[in-house]
Design a protein. Structure first.
Length: 731
């Protein structure tokens, strides 16, 4: 789990991690913490020797010629170590200088910043003024706080002039620099004072504006913040595994599990946002600003939140000077303070979004996929030419277009890249495959476990969109704990008789068939003795009773099975091995670019509601926070897809996105409903107030169905962080 997604990024991160393990030792950290003044760390030359200081600098200026994504990978690893020294301020300075149009400044300054012979710093605080003379721009004033100022050889500063704000580079020797009492005692801030310093024209950074500098700072400080958060998450989880209270590890307590899971969620959102900000830096100024704003909203706060939560999990030991946790809290708080209040960044994100600037969440495929795209485009063009919708659905089902990742003949055996291209080209040609609805959950299990007769009988009409399904899994006593189901299946001649009750069954009143799990061996262990059945919803003994929900609608149902006969040829997989089939139902290798949380309202609906409205500052901040949340969720989905295309394990992104998506839909619905004021008391059918009332009411189900939020948090803690499972009853 890291910012980088490719094998090359993994190798880079591993290399930096090895460097850190050898050089940024506890002794080095503590020496910096206890030192009377900031000094260059002993490993400074090693950073240059590894090429890390010039990773993002063009080769013609002594750098490695890579990009800011690679630099973000390095910063995350150094952030894990709360590394002392001026790496971050130096690479920020070289990135800012490199973004300007001064060829002479590039040639003079970048080589020294790349090889470590010069260090740099950037002031994000204003306070200097300048006047032009025949010799250049004469600058005076004070800037504070400036990260790494005491160790800097060159300093980038904003200066207020008659022409507006301009950015200049001065030599530290021309300024008075004072170390300030710093919250982060491992890497400190300073005050820079200049008095009538003449800056020649080649040191005035042409074409550089304040927002660009802030965007670069949001990206690079955000990258280091993810490293801080990563250390905090790992430290808290590792401690929770071994620290015992009340006779068991504290990581077994749900309160601790959920806190650690929330920490991981914040970290993964921050990583996604910083990764995208690094990708966006070469795009339009508006998109870059939007991506940087999302990173600034999420990443520094993730560092602060996880550091605070880490100390809470550690308990008393986390409050001591001897433990490292306070260094990470101080680092996170300093990064947050340097970037400025999150509310200001959130307000900027809201304004950009309301003005129409959103960064598309799109996969970038290599040029070598062009021949594949052209082939797929031609095949889909033939589908688009079919005017009869029923015939089109049959063709798409029979030719494998409905679920193309499935093996032939049911799918097209499409590779991950082909799946993406098929999605993109279908969207382009406005061709829609048959909607399987709940049947989509069944299809992978039938492919894996069904007999050839079952596949022909059930798969073909399902893939054509001709057969509708419901899922008969949940019971009144078996919801999140599905393996506790009690529906009985008794052996009879030629098949089984099913007796019991299912509940929360979506669309059962319209379904032709249901896929059902029932207990065939009551003496077997909890996850054994379960069998997977296909049930004819029109069979004798099936009683479907719609459940009127709090929305006033009836999507869910309770289903009673009273001795319902299911023939042997409708058993999927082996008898008593149905739990394996059930797990497979939601586990398959499909690659998807779908975004958002699913059925509820998302960012488009949020922006539609507030379009043309005057927002006060509080509302603007809240809208910006929601937009940033929504963007990060979509980015988590994109990162999962990119990993799948690279042949890598999706990691935490998929689980985190699933949990966040439904919570986000809920948050959007609640916020917009409340924003209506007194109009929210109305539930007029067809009116705006009624639309948002339904969104708000229906959203209560989102954090329940498919596994409650609380259970999902347990799963994240146990499977991704390795925290101990809950003890079995009676143990």
């Amino acid at each position: 789990m890291a910012i980088g997604l490719t094998e090359e990024h993994d190798a880079l991160a591993e290399s930096v991690r090895g460097f850190v393990d050898r050089n940024v030792t506890a002794q080095v950290q503590r020496a910096a913490l206890e030192a009377d003044a900031d000094t260059r760390p002993p490993f400074w030359a090693g950073l240059a020797d590894q090429g890390l200081l010039g990773l993002h600098i063009a080769e013609e200026h002594g750098g490695q010629g890579f990009g800011l994504v690679e630099l973000a990978v390095v910063l995350e690893e150094l952030g894990r170590a709360a590394a002392p020294g001026p790496f971050l301020p130096t690479v920020l300075a070289s990135a800012v200088i490199g973004a300007a149009g001064n060829a002479k400044a590039h040639a003079e300054l970048l080589p020294g910043l790349a090889d470590g012979s010069r260090t740099g710093a950037v002031s994000l605080a204003t306070g200097l003024t300048g006047r032009r003379t025949g010799e250049g721009l004469v600058v005076s004033g004070t800037a504070e706080p400036v990260l790494g100022a005491v160790l800097a050889d060159v300093i980038v500063l904003p200066v207020g002039t008659d022409a507006g704000e301009e950015w200049v580079v001065i030599d530290a020797a021309d300024a008075t620099i004072e170390e300030l009492p710093s919250l982060d005692k491992v890497r400190r801030v300073g005050k820079v004072t200049v008095s009538d310093v003449t800056v020649p024209a080649d040191r005035v950074l042409d074409g550089l504006e304040g927002p660009q500098v802030l965007d670069l700072a949001a990206l690079l400080l955000g990258a280091e913040a993810t490293g801080v958060a990563a250390w905090c998450v790992r430290t808290a989880a590792d401690y929770a595994k071994v620290r015992e209270q009340f006779g068991r590890p504290i990581g077994q307590f749900q309160g601790v599990k959920h806190k650690c899971s929330r920490m991981l969620i914040a970290l993964e959102q921050a990583r996604a946002a910083v990764w995208d900000a690094a990708r966006a830096i070469e795009d339009s100024a508006e998109e870059s600003a939007f991506a940087a704003g999302v990173a600034a909203v999420l990443a520094p706060d993730a560092a602060v939140q996880t550091a605070r939560d880490c100390i809470q999990v550690l308990g008393g030991i986390g409050f001591t000077w001897e433990h490292d946790a306070h260094m990470y809290l101080r680092r996170g708080l300093t990064l947050r303070a340097l970037l400025g209040p999150a509310k200001d960044w959130a307000g900027s994100v809201a304004q950009l979004a309301l003005d129409g600037t959103l960064r598309p969440v799109e996969i970038e495929l290599d040029d070598d996929t062009t021949p594949i795209r052209e082939r797929i485009r031609g095949e889909i063009a033939e589908l688009a030419a079919v005017e009869d919708k029923k015939r089109l659905a049959v063709t798409m089902g029979d030719e494998g277009w409905t679920v193309p990742h499935l093996p032939k003949p049911w799918g097209r055996d499409a590779s991950p890249v082909e799946q993406i291209l098929i999605q993109q080209e279908m969207k382009r040609a406005k061709v829609r495959p048959p909607s399987l609805v709940i049947g989509a959950w069944l299809v992978p299990s039938l492919v894996s476990y069904g007999t050839e007769e079952q596949k022909e009988r059930f798969l073909r009409p399902t893939l054509r969109g001709q057969m509708s399904w419901c899922q008969l899994f949940s019971e009144p006593g078996a919801g999140s704990d599905l393996a506790s189901l009690s529906m009985k299946a008794e052996r009879v001649e030629g098949g089984w008789k099913l007796t019991g009750q299912k509940i929360w069954t979506s669309m059962a009143q319209m379904a032709e068939w249901g896929f059902c799990i029932a207990r065939t061996d009551p003496q077997a262990a909890k996850h054994d003795g379960i069998t997977y059945f296909l049930v004819d919803m029109k069979a004798d003994g099936v009683d479907v009773r719609p459940l009127k929900e709090l929305t006033g609608e009836a999507i869910f149902n309770e289903v009673f099975l009273d001795g319902v006969f299911v023939p042997d040829d409708c058993v999927v997989g082996e008898v008593n091995k149905g739990w394996q089939v059930a797990r497979n139902t939601l586990s398959n290798e499909r690659v998807s670019l779908s975004t958002g949380g699913g059925l509820g309202a998302g960012v488009p609906e949020l922006l539609e509601f507030f379009a043309g409205r005057e927002l006060d500052q509080v509302s603007r901040v809240e809208v910006g926070k929601l937009v940033a949340q929504g963007q990060s969720i979509d980015l988590l989905g994109l990162r999962t897809t990119v990993k799948q295309l690279s042949g890598l394990n999706p990691g935490a992104e998929a689980s985190v996105r699933k949990l966040l998506g439904v919570q986000f839909n809920q948050d959007i619905a609640d916020y917009v409903w409340a924003a209506q004021g007194a109009s929210a008391t109305r539930e007029d059918t067809g009116a705006l107030s009624g639309k948002w009332a339904r969104y708000m009411l229906f959203s209560r189900a989102m954090t329940i169905y498919g596994g409650t939020t609380e259970v999902q948090l347990n799963i994240i803690a146990e499977r991704l962080l390795g925290l101990p499972r809950d003890p079995e009853p009676g143990k």
